[in-house]
Design a protein around this ligand. Sequence first.
Ligand code: URA
Length: 222
Amino acid sequence: MAHVARRTAAGRDPGAGAETAAPLVPSQPTLPSLREAAAGCRACPLWERGTQTVFGVGAARSDVLLLGEQPGDMEDRAGKPFVGPAGQLLDRALEAAGIDRSRAYVTNVVKHFKWEPRGKRRIHQKPDAREIRACLPWLEAEIAVVRPEIVVCLGATAAQALFGSAFRVTRERGRVVASPLAPRALATVHPASILRIPDQTQRQAELSRFIEDLSAAARLLG
Ligand code: URA
């Protein structure tokens, strides 16, 4: 991946307009130093819309790293990943699968909330390839520091960030595989996609499948 050099010569903000966040990643990263550096990230234009950088949360050396797409409205305000409705569903599913969230590191591929206004509401927009590429150095550094036994990708954006754009969650969900960034990874659906299913029976069935997928990760952790 080609990273551009830090552009300070022209007197610009070091984080502004860089192609990726790579120049901002500390050379000996720890979670606190990464979090601090990411707070000022301007590697893509999303920082202008978000309230703050929503960096990952959890202990260094967590067994499992849970990877979402990007913070939502509530996460953007709280500054923490997966605290809104999708996070609450995730918590229930993790508990049912026997994964203790306090043993997990939880983060997103993109660290700023991308949204467009609709009346008074802020409507989620999918991050594009450039925004994902810009943010990826933060995730790479988080994985390098946390060194999880397994990365669980929640939804297509997370899975494709790890496995490439040809990856299809529908085909591969629930299977433990090797990935370029982590020794083991598994993809499943995004909890928000379960919340969007209108039919209660179908929603319940999807939740059960989601718990089964998470259980495959739990079995690996022993
Ligand atoms: N959806 C995500 O992908 N991540 C969050 O943190 C919240 C909702």
